[in-house]
Design a protein around this ligand. Structure first.
Ligand SMILES: [Zn+2]
Length: 598
């Protein structure tokens, strides 16, 4: 990691508190000296994802992922180290110098900047082309959709050429064929001709959070199929990681964000004063999109047709949002098929009112349950009550739960007592099951990989403790531990490598060992090490703890020695009488020593 200077990395780290950064993605709650939340890297119902403000690290005790703030950002944004440094530098307003890197990385980085540039030029080209006299069809279309000039500019709406106009322009601007093809905006056909991917289409540039154009959607203006085509994935764009309109929406701070289906819904609502609107560009919500939403607003209102055919997928998407800590609401409009039609018919104020009254996910699920049931029939009513209770049992906040119960009792004419009784039944059985589970695994321990499975937990824990002591108390522990515990005494491969490196660094006088995570490139080691750092070894007296762990190792060595001698003495035929006598003396000394140690 010689890309940026250590000092710079240090400064960026210092200005980006890990709890602040992670809170942008995960809802964290303080518990003792650490924060806990639901792990964004694996599916879980109870939090095992820990963030330590003291050590500035995170670690998931469920799936074993961990590291520092840079590791977190690279993982969650699915980007490389260099990009995570950039994002965090940006976030903290730290200026970055241009630095040289490995050739391969340089090349990729350069290629990406070229594709970004191509996208920018393409967006401007399409946009300008919309105003050309030859683009009559497109002009008529935007007029029909009542899009004003301001909107066309805000969203950079454009019109593509008819054959290879963009290709010619890009060549003229000095882009290489390799770069142009990497953008995906131009294809090469079998005859070796270069043809624009988007032709005679109304163009919607997709911008990332930072406002860079990363992809395009293109709509036909006649009846040809497909109606929309989008950029394929490339080095700057991957599907499901972005939200259309987010850049425009974020220009104004938003408490609520309305999520709609497509380009036109977003644009139409934005123009009519609902600026807190984005589109998911596809039916199912991804976690990456959920995190973007969570970062930009407290409440997410889902404005697309959640009652439609893909309902199960939609609900799963909403649950993803909820698990990320978003307050999820579902818009229930009447008298129009979608928000676009609604706002045109009734205006923005009425839509805003509906947004304020959007219902919670629990209410939405319950409303759906009722659809197929007839509550006048006893059996259906029982079924309904059980399902309601199941949903309500999941609500952790008791005030929120009470509000729902009151509302449901009123809406569906069911007594509150009946609902409470049903919920309690579920909670009671669940708790009993949990108690059984708790007994089975009391200790949460970091995930252990194959080569460590043969090593007992107690040995592994001891090795981890040695590393923990070196990192947290180098001044008092280093000399003592180095003298008594060698790298060869360590059994687990990862721990061996970590200890080796720690000894090396401490030998060099590198006392800033807390940043040890930076030294390792191997992801498995980073995960394992963050696990050690996040573990609470409950050390009360450091000096005593060091002595104890050393004497443990000493004892182990003596035991090994003792066992060796016993083995040799089993076969006295191969030994002289003197040798036997010596071994026996040594054995009795060892036994005495061991007895004293206990
Ligand atoms: Zn996890």
């Amino acid at each position: 990691m010689v890309r940026y200077s250590d000092e710079l990395i240090e400064e960026i780290r210092n200005r980006n508190d890990i709890v602040d950064v992670i809170s942008g993605y995960v809802a964290l709650k303080r518990s003792g000296r650490s924060f806990f939340g639901l792990c964004p890297f694996h599916n879980e119902k109870s939090p095992s994802f820990a963030v330590s403000p003291d050590k500035q690290i995170f670690h998931c005790f469920g799936c074993g992922v961990g590291g520092n703030v840079f590791h977190f950002v690279s993982k969650i944004e699915n980007i490389g180290f260099r990009d995570s440094v950039e994002i965090l530098a940006n976030r903290a307003n730290v200026a970055l110098p241009t630095t040289s890197t490995s050739e391969e990385e340089d090349k990729l980085y350069y290629m990406r900047s070229r594709v970004h540039e191509i996208n920018k030029i393409a967006a401007m080209f399409y946009h300008k082309n919309l105003y050309n006299p030859t683009s009559k069809m497109a002009q008529e279309y935007v007029k029909k959709r009542k899009l004003d000039n301001n909107t066309l500019k805000t969203f950079l709406i454009g019109y593509s050429g008819t054959f290879n106009e963009l290709y010619k322009l890009l060549k003229q601007e000095g882009f290489k064929e390799e770069e142009i093809l990497a953008s995906g905006l131009v294809n090469k056909n079998q005859n070796g001709e270069f043809i624009d991917r988007f032709r005679k289409r109304l163009m919607f540039p997709i911008q990332d959070e930072r406002g860079r154009v990363i992809a395009f959607g293109g709509r036909v203006l006649d009846d040809s199929k497909p109606k929309y085509i989008n950029s394929s994935e490339n080095i700057v764009y991957s599907k499901g990681r972005h939200l259309y309109g987010l850049y425009a929406a974020k220009k104004i701070p938003q408490k609520k964000m309305l999520i709609v289906e497509g380009y036109m819904d977003t644009i139409s609502l934005h123009q009519r004063g609902i600026t807190n609107v984005v589109a998911s560009l596809g039916t199912a919500m991804t976690e990456a999109q959920g995190r973007l939403l969570r970062k930009s607003s407290e409440q997410v209102i889902v404005g697309y047709d959640a009652d439609g055919a893909g309902q199960a997928a939609t609900i799963r998407g909403l649950e993803i949002l909820q698990n990320l800590g978003c307050d999820v609401r579902i818009l229930q409009i009447e008298g129009a098929k979608d928000p676009d039609e609604f706002i045109i018919k009734y205006g923005p104020d009425r839509l805003k009112k509906y947004m304020d009254n959007a219902i919670s996910l629990v209410e939405f699920k319950i409303k759906n349950l009722k659809k197929d049931l007839n509550l006048d029939v006893a059996n259906d009513k029982i079924k309904f009550l059980t399902e309601i209770a199941k949903e309500l049992a999941k609500v952790k906040n008791s005030i929120e739960k009470e509000v729902y119960i009151d509302k449901i009792a009123l809406d569906y004419k069911i007594s509150k007592e009946a609902i409470y009784a049903e919920i309690n039944k579920i909670i009671y059985t669940k708790n009993n099951n949990n108690k059984l589970l708790e007994k089975k695994n009391v200790v949460i321990k970091p995930k252990i990989n194959d080569d460590q499975e043969k090593i007992s937990d107690s040995i592994l824990k001891r090795e981890n403790l040695v590393i923990y002591l070196l990192i947290n108390y180098p001044d008092v522990s280093y000399k003592k531990l180095k003298e008594n515990i060698g790298v060869e005494d360590i059994k687990a491969q990862k721990n061996k490598q970590i200890l080796q490196k720690l000894y090396e660094e401490l030998e060099k006088g590198n006392s800033n060992i807390v940043n040890i995570l930076d030294i390792f490139q191997d992801e498995d080691i980073v995960n394992h090490l963050s696990g050690i750092m996040a573990t609470d070894f409950e050390i009360t007296e450091v000096a005593k703890c060091i002595d104890d762990v050393i004497s443990n190792y000493e004892k182990d060595k003596l035991i090994t020695k003792r066992n060796d001698i016993i083995k040799k003495l089993e076969d006295t035929n191969k030994l002289t009488q003197d040798e036997v006598a010596n071994l026996e003396r040594e054995l009795s000394e060892l036994i005495i020593k061991l007895a004293r140690m206990k």
